[in-house]
Write a protein that binds this ligand. Structure first.
Ligand code: GLN
Length: 506
């Protein structure tokens, strides 16, 4: 809590729940000192702080999607994944900032203002914390601590962005780096050491992109493994709850707790055998076949990222794994295909916000139509309105076949690319997560670059089209001193195999 307060300039948390969290943590501390780690009754996340993206419903706590439309919405229930974390004793520290309704790749389009990437960020706040110190003493003070009981390696890591030090040139307004998006608040919170783990959502990369920019682990599970009940929908057919933490073991722990059938989400798997268990400590990579998709040598890929990617492939090869180039020829269509599918589902999902049943109500009540129009004009930002507009255009009877149906067919081709390489014997694919490290805020938001923001999703979107799992793992720093991630892509419901490989690399 202290750290969250000290790093509040990051704008990662939009609705803090600190006093409630403090009370819960005190109760948890008593439980730990009473029961100890060996007691089976102890819950797996007892007292561990988590942050939840503001598009997951949290009972009694504002859930805004960073939009004026839902500014005053307080849900009467918890999203299933949130409830499952609470059931294991997790403590909610607050709701995290995001791009409005999850539309964006920078966490800059929010009614609360942009999220700042903690890396190389120079705090103006005088009460900063010295570089590289994460005060885990409260968590790790006793052998009975939850951190030790879980073997949560992430908690022991000391490498994370400093919140002090001097970075000449970075102090000027706009020179700081974006956190990535749309789950930028969650990624920044994990990177700044505020919480053990965080929930994001991933429709086209929104968990993996900010995780890469902020130097944390970000998991997009197989579609159907985690319930979407209580996740305010953006693109139902593509999105899954995302998990962020500082180690692969930690995201795996959180996934295990949340995964499995949910009667409130008919797309969840009814077969719990795919729910993963703990990951093995070590594996023999000699039997592993890693695929390197040649189309991922995309225009705009920075030399630093390319270098990290090559080094990672070499590491596997030197350890005896088979590393081969593979082809995913339809990758080039994925951004266009995503835009059409995303806008169509957005147009449909956003129809519910009419100012009567749901959401902000415009004041002008001349006619019902005008009231709808005012409510939606005032409630949604330009990005959201633009996508609704485009989606309704694509869905017009005369356009439906040409856009929506065609995009569905292209989506199938993208999925089939993955199926084919996995059928040919590849276990896991290794790719970059983003083209570059985190862009500067002033560059990212310059009018000329806004349309290019989506380019960074090129490596992440195809995975959502295919429904398969992917995880981004920190892979060192660029020459700018900023983190970048590499992405492992797994086969459908083989999340555990993918995470095991990612853990070996980590
Ligand atoms: N950047 C993509 C978009 O704006 C992905 C967002 C997401 O995954 N929620 O739609």
């Amino acid at each position: 809590i202290d750290r969250a307060v000290k790093t509040r300039e990051l704008n990662a948390i939009v609705t803090p729940t600190y006093s409630q969290a403090r009370k819960q943590a005190e109760v948890a501390a008593q439980t730990w000192s009473r029961t100890g780690k060996s007691t089976t009754s102890a819950r797996k996340l007892e007292g561990l702080p988590i942050v939840v993206k503001d598009n997951f419903c949290t009972k009694g706590v504002h859930t805004t999607c960073a939009s004026r439309m839902l500014e005053n919405y307080v849900p009467p229930y918890n999203a299933t994944v949130v409830q499952r974390l609470f059931t294991q004793g997790a403590v909610l520290l607050g709701k995290s900032n995001m791009d409005e309704y999850g539309m964006g790749s920078g966490s800059v389009d929010s009614i609360f203002g942009p999220v700042r990437n903690p890396w190389k960020y120079e705090f103006t706040n005088t009460r900063t914390i010295p570089e590289g110190t994460l005060d885990t003493s409260s968590l790790l003070a006793s052998p009975q601590s939850p951190g030790e009981a879980l073997g949560t390696r992430g908690l022991h890591r000391s490498v994370h962005p400093g919140t002090g030090g001097s970075n000449p040139g970075l102090h000027e307004e706009g020179a700081w780096r974006v956190a990535g998006g749309s789950s930028g608040g969650s990624a920044a919170a994990v990177a700044a050491g505020i919480c053990f783990g965080a929930l994001g959502s991933d429709t086209g990369g929104s968990t993996r992109n900010p995780s890469s920019y902020c130097g944390v682990v970000g998991l997009k599970s197989s579609y159907g493994l985690l319930s979407r009940h209580g996740l305010i929908p953006l693109v139902n057919s593509l999105e899954v709850p995302g998990i962020m933490a500082r180690s692969v073991d930690d995201v795996n722990t959180l996934q295990n707790i949340m995964a499995g059938t949910d009667e409130h989400d008919s797309t969840t798997l009814t077969d719990d055998r795919f729910v993963t268990s703990d990951l093995p400590e070590d594996i023999d990579v000699k039997h592993l076949h890693i695929g390197i998709p040649k189309e991922y040598h995309a225009p705009g890929l920075s030399p630093d990222v390319l270098d990290a990617w090559r080094r990672a492939a070499d590491k596997f090869e030197q350890a005896g794994a088979k590393v081969t180039e593979v082809s995913l020829p339809h990758t080039q269509y994925s951004i266009l295909c995503y835009i059409v599918l995303c806008c169509c589902e957005v147009a449909s999902n956003m129809a519910r916000y009419d100012g009567i049943e749901y959401g902000h109500r415009g004041q002008q009540e001349l006619s019902t139509e005008q009231m709808y129009a005012m409510s939606r004009h005032e409630g949604f930002n330009e990005v959201v309105r633009g996508r609704i507009f485009a989606g309704n255009f694509f869905l017009l009877r005369r356009n439906y076949e040409q856009y929506f149906l065609k995009a569905q067919r292209v989506r199938r081709l993208i999925k089939d690319d993955f199926t084919r390489v996995f059928d040919e014997g590849v276990n896991v694919l290794l790719t970059p997560t983003t083209l570059t490290d985190a862009p500067r805020y002033d560059w990212f938001t310059a009018a000329d670059n806004r349309t290019r923001n989506e380019e960074q999703d090129i490596f992440t979107q195809p995975i959502n089209m295919a429904g398969i799992p992917a995880v981004t793992v920190p892979a060192g720093l660029t020459s700018n001193g900023l983190p970048i991630g590499l992405q492992f892509i797994g086969q459908m419901f083989k999340d555990k195999e993918m995470l095991t490989v990612a853990k070996w690399f980590e």
